[in-house]
Design a protein around this ligand. Structure first.
Ligand code: DLL
Length: 432
């Protein structure tokens, strides 16, 4: 199903023409912001007319999260404040927040992109869409809310948390489609029995999972438990929020909407532009945003462009599942370890439950990597030797994959900290 077949299946040369036209408009918008006026004045691109081909964008320097922070609160605003209808900011927990302003046209386009993604997975006006993401400054709640409403679905703005109420809403209103973090979907699995709700009482068909990295094994675990289809939805608040790229019904990774973004993949260490298929950091330029245009924004997310075509017929390129962030790599006694490698190993094991935590500390000046894993309750009823064998086998597989020794601790279900929003999987207790 298509929301806008003409644009979703546009041929390459028409798409590039459209991108060029909109890139010029974006440069013109950007020059109205204090930040880009100053930055572009130091480059060859002094006016939209200096952009003759899409390649000319490469003469513009990257924009980073630190640039956005330094612009707080309005250094990146390109329209009169009276034309702004909403703003979103990041939490600012790791420094100054970043702020993105939207005109009504910006919000309309964002909503349209989300509706496209939902439609590509078969969501229709007959669906009951329960949105279990946080509403507010975080973009996950409002982003999908308006996208689902636009295509006529009945939206339940449940927000995050309060699992008992979530389950009651699902049951009473026959919810068909959910939107949640993967970590929260895993958490609810444990709660069904506690609240005396069986899957047979529910009418779930689909879930959209996003806002945090997760592996294919985690998707499978969620699909198999709930007997539903789980679709990946990616985005970041600086580029609107959810809906930058979404899967279609074929679940062959994420269609990125190229009428709205120019996509580049770079080597995160050198900034060199990589070829399609090569893994690196995703860099995005907005093409349709008026209030806060961004040129070559470094997402820090690691992915690659997929070159094969998708059977759905959409022509926009696809990116692979995000494997992590260029800044979330752990260095354990000199060895690089990505949290996604650990999740991959854990989630394919049927004994492993729904939650885990990675803890790094130091013993006698050496780094120590510990993995705390929840198992299903029935495993604690049997022979302790079975548990010991399982612990050793996980530790062995971790060591041979990660090339560092791992201390594995097995925990009962519900004993590790849970989060209703994004999971905090890594606790790094080392002093830097
Ligand atoms: O998390 C927007 C969002 C909300 C996306 C709901 C999808 C669903 P931020 O809080 O700015 O925005 O965090 C963005 O989260 O750079 C990725 O590192 C990570 N992320 C988001 N979606 C995915 C995903 C929202 N599907 C950061 N897979 C991004 C992997 C994801 N990582």
């Amino acid at each position: 199903m298509f929301r806008d077949k003409a644009i979703e299946t546009i041929d390459k040369s028409s798409l590039e023409r459209l991108q060029l036209e909109n890139l010029k408009k974006t440069i013109s918008c950007a020059q109205k912001t204090r930040f880009y006026k100053n930055r572009l004045s130091k480059t060859r691109i002094k006016s939209p007319d200096d952009i003759r081909s899409l390649k000319d964008l490469q003469d513009v320097p990257f924009t980073t999260k630190d640039d956005l922070r330094a612009c707080y609160p309005d250094g990146l605003l390109s329209v009169d404040k009276s034309d702004v209808v909403r703003l979103h900011t990041s939490s600012g927990t790791t420094g100054m927040p970043t702020v993105i302003y939207h005109t009504q046209a910006d919000l309309d386009y964002w909503t349209e992109l989300v509706s496209r993604g939902l439609t590509a997975c078969g969501v229709t006006k007959s669906d009951i869409f329960q949105n279990m993401m946080t509403y507010g400054l975080f973009t996950g709640g409002l982003g999908l809310h308006y996208g689902a409403e636009r295509l006529g679905a009945l939206v339940i703005p449940a927000g995050a948390g309060n699992t008992r109420r979530q389950l009651q809403l699902m049951k009473d209103f026959h919810t068909t489609t959910l939107h949640a973090t993967p970590n929260y979907m895993l958490h609810i699995m444990l709660k069904l029995a506690e609240f005396d709700i069986s899957l047979k009482d529910l009418n779930l068909k689909k879930v959209f999972l996003g806002a945090e990295p997760y592996t294919e094994n985690t998707r499978k675990k969620i699909e198999e438990f709930y007997h539903i289809d789980a679709y990946n939805c990616y985005g970041l608040s600086e580029l609107n929020g959810p809906g930058v790229a979404m899967e279609c019904e074929h679940k062959r990774d994420l269609h990125i909407w190229e009428d709205s973004y120019i996509v580049e993949i770079i080597n995160p260490d050198t900034g060199e532009i990589l070829k399609d298929g090569e893994a690196g950091e995703l860099v995005l330029t907005t093409l349709k945003r008026e209030a806060t245009p961004l040129l070559r924004y470094r997402s820090r997310d690691l992915t690659r462009i997929l070159t094969d075509t998708c059977p759905c017929g959409r022509t926009h390129r696809r990116i692979s599942r995000i494997t992590g962030r260029s800044d979330d790599m752990l260095i354990i006694n000199g060895v690089n370890v990505f949290p996604s490698q650990i999740e991959e190993i854990l989630m394919k094991r049927p004994e492993v439950g729904t939650n885990y935590q990675i803890v790094v500390d130091q013993r006698e000046s050496l780094d120590r990597l510990s993995i705390k894993v929840e198992l299903y309750a029935k495993l604690f009823e049997g022979d302790i030797k079975v548990l010991e064998r399982l612990r050793d086998s996980i530790a062995h597989e971790m060591k041979s994959t990660l090339l560092v020794g791992v201390h594995v601790e097995l925990h009962e279900p519900g004993s590790l900290p849970v989060s209703e929003g994004k999971a905090k999987r890594v606790v790094d207790e080392r002093k830097n």
